[in-house]
Design a protein around this ligand. Structure first.
Ligand code: AMP
Length: 111
C-alpha cells in the first residue's frame, strides 16, 4: 500500500534489517529494540491490524514466529509475541505486525 512504512520495507524501498522471509511473511529487526531480540513479523499483504487478519495469515505469522524464535536462539529460553491494535493498544504503524521479544527475562507486567 502506498505510504505504508512496512510495505516500503517489504518492497526494499526503505532499508530494514531482514531476519526472515517466505511467500506470505516478512520479518525484520525493530529499529528501537525493547529486548535483546526484538523482531517485527508482518504479512506481505497489507492489512491494518489483527481485525483484518484472516486465518491463513494468522497461521503463517505463528509458524514464522516459531521459526524465527529458533533462528534467534530464544525458542528454548522463551519469548513473547505481542500485536498492538488501534489507539488504546498503542499501535503506531498501521500494517499488522507481531512483536517477537526475547533474549532476556521479561516481566509479568504487560502494560
Ligand atoms: P507498534 O507501536 O506496535 O505499532 O510498533 C511499531 C514498531 O515499529 C515500533 O516498535 C517501532 O520501533 C518500529 N519501527 C518504526 N519504524 C521502523 C523502521 N523503519 N524499521 C524498523 N522498525 C520500525
Amino acid at each position: 500500500m502506498k505510504d505504508c512504512l512496512f510495505c516500503k520495507i517489504i518492497a526494499g524501498e526503505i532499508p530494514g534489517s531482514k531476519v526472515f522471509e517466505n511467500d506470505r511473511v516478512f520479518a525484520f529487526r525493530d529499529i528501537h529494540p525493547q529486548a535483546p531480540v526484538h523482531v517485527l513479523i508482518v504479512p506481505k499483504k497489507h492489512m491494518a491490524n489483527v481485525l483484518e487478519c484472516d486465518g491463513e495469515t494468522a497461521a503463517a505469522l505463528a509458524e514464522a514466529a516459531g521459526q524465527i524464535a529458533r533462528q534467534e536462539g530464544v525458542a528454548e529460553s522463551g519469548f513473547r509475541l505481542i500485536s498492538n491494535c488501534g489507539r488504546d493498544g498503542a499501535q503506531s504503524v498501521n500494517h499488522l505486525h507481531v512483536h517477537l521479544l526475547g533474549g532476556v527475562q521479561l516481566t509479568e507486567k504487560m502494560n
